[in-house]
Write a protein that binds this ligand. Structure first.
Ligand SMILES: [Fe+2]
Ligand SMILES: [Fe+2]
Length: 150
């Protein structure tokens, strides 16, 4: 049986790949295509964060209150970085590179904490619970990529 958080781990990898493509395009000075690609990152990460905060974290109850609080604080900072990168790319500003480096460091550390601590804990806490299938389906639906990204 696929773990509850497997789809979230795959989503981390998908967003990493889209960010890499954004960086390649921006490095070549192709700011318009870079911004298009970055929209995939921003929309996807926003859905991902919403799914964690509205579906996964509430399902854990008090079992992971400390780690959840830290993850939510980092989500706020990640969203601020998304906006700063978007604005830099939209303005054809070289500031995108520094903003992206800071975002990458935070995102990498955040994802590592989730994958090493919070996701395994989530899988332990929910194992055998009757609602685990519903939770898994809700997460998959919440992070699903729409036919057209906004
Ligand atoms: Fe997260
Ligand atoms: Fe995550």
């Amino acid at each position: 049986m696929t773990s509850l958080t497997h789809c979230l781990e795959l989503d981390h990898r998908r967003l990493d790949a889209a960010l890499l493509e954004t960086k390649d395009l921006a490095t070549q000075g192709a700011f318009t295509p870079a911004l298009d690609r970055f929209r995939v990152v921003a929309a996807g990460l926003s859905r991902h964060i919403d799914a964690e905060e509205t579906i996964l974290f509430p399902a854990l109850g008090s079992a992971a209150a400390g780690p959840v609080r830290v993850m939510c604080m980092e989500h706020v900072r990640l969203r601020e970085h998304l906006e700063a990168i978007r604005a830099a790319l939209a303005a054809n500003s070289s500031a995108w590179a520094e903003e992206t480096r800071a975002f990458e460091v935070l995102l990498e550390q955040h994802n590592a904490k989730e994958e090493r601590v919070l996701y395994p804990l989530s899988n332990d806490v929910t194992r055998g619970r009757p609602d685990v299938t519903t939770l898994r389906a809700a997460l998959e639906t919440a992070i699903a990529v729409p036919a057209v990204e906004p």
